[in-house]
Every structure is written in C-alpha cells, then in structure tokens.
Design a protein around this ligand. Structure first.
Ligand code: NIG
Ligand code: FE
Length: 403
C-alpha cells in the first residue's frame, strides 16, 4: 500500500478527548483522511510524499465558526465616529451600522461580493483558517440574502477552504418594514419555506438584542426554522440581557454567540443542551465593551467554549484567529490551550462538524496546519507574527503562497 502523504516527526496537538500531545509523531494521510498516527519508533509505510516537520507543531486546521465576511462597502468612517464618542447603538439607530452595509450589499453585484470575500478569505487562510462559517444578513430581502448564500457556495467550490453558510435574515429590521413582528412573519411565511427548498445552508441564526429582535420574536423564528429541518445558532446577550441564550439552548441550538451579558443562572441550560458558548473578543475589544462574558462560570459548569473572529465591517473587522486567541487570553482569561481548543474542536462542535473536523485523530479529515514553532503559546502570545508554514486541506498540501 502506498499512501498519499506522511508528515513525519511532528509535535501533534491533537485536541482528541484525552487532550493528547504526541511528540515526534508520524501522521499518515490517504484520500483526504488521517489513516494512522504512528510513534517515531514504528517503521514508516510507503507514501508518495513524505514531509519531515523536524519536531515542530502540527495542529488541526483552524475553524472560524462565526463570521460575516460577505458584504459590500466598508464602515471605516464609523470607527472615527465611535472614537469621537458615538456608540454602536447610536450609529445603528441613526441609519448607519448594519443598515448601511445592507444598502451597499444590495447594490453590489454577485461578482463584487465574491471577489471582496475571496480576498478576506485568502488572508484568513494565511493565518491558518481552513474552515469558515459565513452568515448572510446584509440583504434582509429574499433575493439579496440568497445572493449572499450563493456567493458562499461559490467560494466553497472555488477556494481551498470549507465554508459553512448560515441564514441571518433576522439581523436587523429592513428599511421597508416598520414592524419587527411583521418582518419576522415575513421570514417565517415566505423566506424560510423557499430557503428550505434550495439546499444552500443548514443553519438559521438571529440577532437577539434591543437593536435586533426580542427573545419572543426569535422563538417564533426558531420554531418554524426547526420544523423545516434547520439547525439553530444565535447572537445573544451582546449588548444587553434578553434571555436569548437560554431560549436558544433550550431549543438545542448548536451555539450561542457573544454572551457578554449572559447571566450565570442561564449557564446550566447551555450545559444541559450541549450548546457551545462562542466568544467574540474582537467585537468586545473593537466596541470598547467593559462587561465580560462569565467565562469562569462557563468553564466550571463544563460548557464548551469556542472563539471566533466575528469578522464584519462594523463591530470586528479582524480576520486572524491567532489574534482572537490572544484577545481571548488577555481579555477573558482563557488559557492558551483552551483558546486553541476554541478555534479547533469546540468551533467544530459549534458548527456540528466535529465528527469529521477539529482534531487530529484517525478517521478525521486531514485538515491541518504545519507551524514554524514548537509550542502553541508562541502562536498566541506573538499573534501578529505569522507562524503558519503551510496548510494541508483534505489531505492535500497547499502550494504556498496562496494564489
Ligand atoms: O456579530 N451583532 C450583530 N452582528 C454583527 C455586527 C454586524 C455589523 O455591525 O455589521 C456582530 O457583531
Ligand atoms: Fe456576528
């Protein structure tokens, strides 16, 4: 038997359920899958390509489980407005914020959205991202929401990266609606049934917030989404406590995201339903938030914590997961190991892809990063030094630099 690829002499940070770290391991890859992880003393089988990683770090490919990278225009001017004292909510209520990106995204062609998102993804790949969730939510009408999801599908086909799309029509009230209830009814009665026939995404997301939708409106949305076979995730407790996280978890959402205002009494509900807590330290930092998510209580209750960029034009323009790991450690007191777990196996759980992704284990997809360092601390503490040497995606070694 001649295998496709062997990465020999690697320090494997596996993120299996024993948290194994295997020094001088030889990872055998065939047909896109990890076939074996051998000790250095065992005789190597034959392979078409053997790469000596010289004892350095090999991790699962990084998974960014919450992004909004398909959009038109940018909001750099809002950055300056916020520096002058305007809040994110004030800018949104004055017609800026999400709605200004909605206008630009409605006006943008498919090709323009594709090429700007591709540029962002190319940078994300350079920092080690191999799987990226992307939300719609800057269309707020059926055609533009579908245009965004089709861009996501085209990116998935054309780039060396796994894309997981989510439907976020419940992101903001579109300008042509006066009533949030009426817009939610429209999503429920018209958008979701048509979307269910198109096979463009598995997840439905929402923004549960004073400037978004109430827990009651989200509940109505989620009941219909679930009845149509969609999986759930929710932006919850970012700027205020709306009890969205407990609602979503009680409906078996795969993740609840942001969580700065999550109250401790709701944490057991997340644990009981295996809902992942996704922390977005880039948005916390960029909006100069001071209220932190209840990380200690999440950890002590045994809730899985994931970390993501939330990459979007308004509240977190960041594309680098190493930088987000750094912020999760400095702002939220995660250990570097837990931060790394947050962009690998726990991010895979948030997207329901953990059976195939997120760890280096026999039988999993061979999506991995070869790093030019020996310890994961180096990648996190020195987050703007790019330690990524090369990427293996679906068992194929990337031709670097990325095209
Ligand atoms: O996750 N919270 C809502 N949505 C995004 C922000 C989107 C925007 O400002 O354009 C977020 O932070
Ligand atoms: Fe978001």
């Amino acid at each position: 038997m001649i295998y496709d690829l062997i990465i020999k002499n690697a320090k494997v940070l596996s993120f299996d359920d024993k948290d194994s770290i295997i020094n001088h391991a030889n990872v055998i890859i065939d047909d896109g899958v990890i076939i074996d992880i051998m000790q250095s003393t065992e005789k190597l089988p034959q392979a078409r390509k053997v790469l000596d990683h010289q004892g350095r770090l090999l991790t699962p490919g990084l998974i960014d489980c919450h992004t909004h990278i398909i959009y038109g225009g940018n909001r750099a001017h809002e950055f300056e407005m916020r520096l002058q004292g305007k809040s994110y909510q004030e800018i949104a209520n004055a017609g800026g914020g999400i709605l200004s990106t909605v206008k630009a995204t409605r006006e943008a062609s498919f090709e323009a959205l594709f090429s700007s998102a591709k540029e962002r993804l190319t940078q994300m790949q350079q920092f080690g991202t191999t799987t990226c969730e992307i939300k719609s939510g800057y269309g707020l009408d059926f055609d533009t929401e579908i245009k965004m999801l089709k861009v996501a599908k085209a990116l998935n086909t054309q780039l060396d990266l796994n894309i997981i799309p989510s439907f976020l029509a419940a992101h903001a009230l579109p300008p042509e609606y006066q009533s949030k209830d009426a817009y939610i009814d429209h999503i429920i009665d018209h958008m979701l049934p048509k979307l269910a026939e198109l096979n463009l995404c598995q997840f439905v997301d929402g923004f549960c917030e004073t400037i978004g939708f109430s827990a009651n409106q989200i509940q109505r949305l989620f009941q219909r989404a679930q009845a149509l076979g969609f999986k759930l995730k929710l932006h919850a407790e970012q700027l205020s406590n709306q009890k969205g996280a407990a609602l979503a978890a009680s409906m078996n959402a795969y993740s609840v995201d942001h969580l700065e205002y999550l109250s401790e009494e709701d944490i057991p509900t997340l644990k009981a339903h295996n809902t992942v807590a996704v922390l977005l330290p880039g948005a916390y930092y960029f909006l100069k938030e001071t209220k932190k998510p209840p990380v200690e209580a999440l950890l002590s209750t045994g809730v899985d914590i994931a970390i993501a960029t939330d990459a979007n034009p308004g509240s977190s323009p960041f594309l680098s997961l190493p930088l987000m790991m750094n912020m999760a450690c400095t702002f939220f007191n995660l250990t570097p190991y837990d931060a790394f777990k947050g962009v690998t196996i726990n991010a895979a759980k948030a997207l329901d892809i953990d059976r195939a992704h997120g760890s280096i284990e026999v039988g999993k997809k061979a999506d991995m990063i070869l790093w030019n360092c020996h310890h994961y601390n180096e990648i996190i503490y020195n987050a703007t030094y790019n330690y990524r040497e090369t990427t293996v995606l679906n068992g194929v070694l990337s031709a670097d630099p990325y095209p």
